[in-house]
Ligand binder design. Structure first.
Ligand code: AG3
Length: 276
């Protein structure tokens, strides 16, 4: 045991978590940000970007499963999937569990995150070796504006919406996400907590309602992100995301059909949220 500690500098939560650090595994600058991986006795390995905790080995499956498996199961036959961000590979790992998925395009700005994950986070980065996975190193908004590819699912696994990730939640970018989807496609993004970031969640829901037939959100309880009651916002062109359309036959730790059905925000709470 050391008495080394790491205090998170959360960009817009009124709280700062402090972790006991057993060992610093990697601390380096990538081209875009500072990247730290440390080990904590309780959480296992922890990935930190510019002072903000992105995942811990202990609870990442709650986040990655709910971000991906809800839409993967609400879609009748997801084959082509776009992941924006997600350089650690956690979302990619989840998507590739499905045999229906033929191709995953990942668009990650910072190759340094992928490299560090392949080196230090082996339980997350398994998918990069899969021949269905294709990685492009560019900005999500630029890819969306320029591509002629069409997808069944667009999954936005971004950092907090400050700095570069804020560009992903503009009208232009969300509209572009809608236009790269096939006719019955679905969009999903991580959209922060209902406790500390309700204004942001409301803004995203209102925008999605303009660009998609259905806008909705589910929540997932996380132990590590400040605010904890974390939201996953969904825009869908046809299919009601509340309804699982396929049986869950992939291995998951948290996601299951009954979890899917109970994860969506109660309608009265959603109404209050949207009305502000
Ligand atoms: N993306 C969401 C990170 C949010 C972290 N926020 C915080 N700790 N305040 C995580 C990427 C995992 N693939």
């Amino acid at each position: 045991m050391t008495d080394l500690q790491f205090q998170e500098t959360d960009p817009f939560a009124p709280i700062h978590y402090v972790y006991d650090v057993e060992e610093i595994i990697c601390s380096r600058r990538t081209r875009y940000q500072h990247l730290l991986v440390f080990r904590s006795r309780y959480f296992g390995r922890v990935l930190v970007l510019d002072g903000v905790v992105q995942l811990t080995e202990r609870d990442e499956h709650f986040y990655h499963e709910m971000l991906t498996q809800v839409v993967l199961h609400a879609h009748p036959d997801p084959a082509d999937v776009l992941i924006i961000g997600g350089g650690d590979g956690g979302s990619l790992r989840e998507v590739l569990k499905h045999q229906s998925v033929k191709r995953v395009q990942m668009v990650e700005l910072d190759r340094g995150v992928i490299e560090a994950s392949r080196e230090f986070l082996p339980t997350l980065s398994t998918g990069f070796a899969d021949p269905r996975a294709h990685v492009l190193e560019t900005k999500g908004e630029e890819f969306l504006a320029g591509t002629s590819d069409r997808f069944d699912l667009v999954i936005m696994d971004s950092t907090d919406p400050v700095g570069p990730a804020a560009n992903l939640f503009t009208d232009e970018c969300l509209a572009a996400a809608g236009s790269v989807l096939k006719d019955d496609g679905m969009f999903v993004a991580q959209t922060e907590s209902l406790h500390f970031h309700a204004d942001f969640v409301r803004e995203v829901q209102r925008k999605l309602a303009r660009f998609f037939k259905i806008a909705d959100l589910c929540t997932v309880p996380l132990s590590t992100y400040g605010g904890n009651w974390w939201t996953i916002s969904i825009g869908s062109k046809v299919h009601d995301p509340r309804e699982p359309r396929r049986q869950c036959t992939v291995a998951t730790k948290y996601y299951a059909e009954d979890v899917h059905r109970q994860a969506f925000l109660a309608p009265s709470l959603r109404r209050k949220l949207i009305e502000g």
